[in-house]
Design a protein around this ligand. Structure first.
Ligand SMILES: Nc1ncnc2c1ncn2[C@@H]1O[C@H](COP(=O)(O)OP(=O)(O)OP(=O)(O)O)[C@@H](O)[C@H]1O
Ligand SMILES: [Mg+2]
Length: 237
């Protein structure tokens, strides 16, 4: 029952867009709850378009007093819980991270954005210290060009990797379709190819993102089982 939180104190880096795309992609197969914990509730507003997939439940109106309970309730109801958070450092964000099995830190490809990402990473590491448990996370580069790899972006990417920060190989490229889902209040599948270019490429981009997060979750789960096995063996010895 993974809970995946999308976190960054920087506004406008693509938290809502990536959380939404992730949730609607997996809602094709699994039941998913999106906790729209942004006071501006962008995903709840999207849902007023009437195109919410049947497997997707959206909960909004949460705050620091209710976020933990809402996540726990949602995790008991659906196999996936996706949490979209506001772009500030708040108690709500800290509590959501404490409940998450995986944290995605969306980051645009500039040095200033990378610096903001490191603030989010510090909160994740604090959560690890408080709970004494690993808190898997990864940076997701967003709004990158699908066609051009700039030296600036490569430099930032390498800087993060050299600092031991996990960075997803998949980037969420800058795509019209990723904006259009909100303007038309549609899922990617519901967009009209006559109105929006490259919907297929956008879908492939999201699928790769989902697959990579799934692979990381599976690797974490595998690692945990191995740890449990070795401590059981050590205990029996
Ligand atoms: N991959 C992308 N391609 C095209 N546009 C994008 C992409 N990611 C985000 N955007 C656009 O950038 C703007 C900010 O994105 P979004 O709302 O997802 O960021 P956010 O981190 O959730 O912001 P906030 O901190 O305000 O909640 C929006 O106009 C969105 O449409
Ligand atoms: Mg947002």
């Amino acid at each position: 029952m993974p809970t995946i939180a999308f976190v960054s104190p920087k506004g406008g880096v693509g938290k809502t867009t990536s959380a939404f795309l992730f949730a609607t992609a997996i809602a094709e197969i699994y039941d998913v709850t999106v906790i729209d914990a942004d006071p501006n509730h962008p995903i709840q507003t999207w849902a007023t378009g009437g195109n919410t997939p049947s497997r997707l439940t959206i909960i909004s109106g949460v705050d620091e007093d209710t976020i933990i309970e809402r996540i726990e309730d949602a995790a008991a109801q659906t196999p996936f819980v996706i949490v979209d958070l506001e772009g500030t450092a708040s108690k709500t964000v800290i509590y959501a991270i404490s409940q998450a099995d995986f944290v995605v830190i969306p980051t645009q490809g500039s040095q200033l954005d990378a610096n903001e990402a490191s603030r989010a990473i510090r909160v994740v590491l604090q959560s690890e210290k408080m709970t004494g448990k690993p808190k898997p996370y990864a940076v997701l580069l967003t709004r990158t060009s699908a066609s051009i790899r700039t030296r600036g972006l490569a430099h930032i990417q390498n800087g993060l990797i050299d600092a031991g920060i996990p960075v997803l190989e998949t980037e969420l490229n800058e795509r019209d379709a990723f904006k259009a889902v909100f303007s038309f209040r549609q899922t990617l599948d519901g967009l009209n190819p006559a109105e929006v270019p490259n919907i297929d490429k956008a879908k492939i981009n999201v699928l790769k993102f989902v697959e990579e997060v799934f692979a990381r979750l599976a690797a974490e789960e595998g690692g945990r089982k191995e740890d449990q096995k070795s401590s059981a063996v050590a205990g029996a010895a």
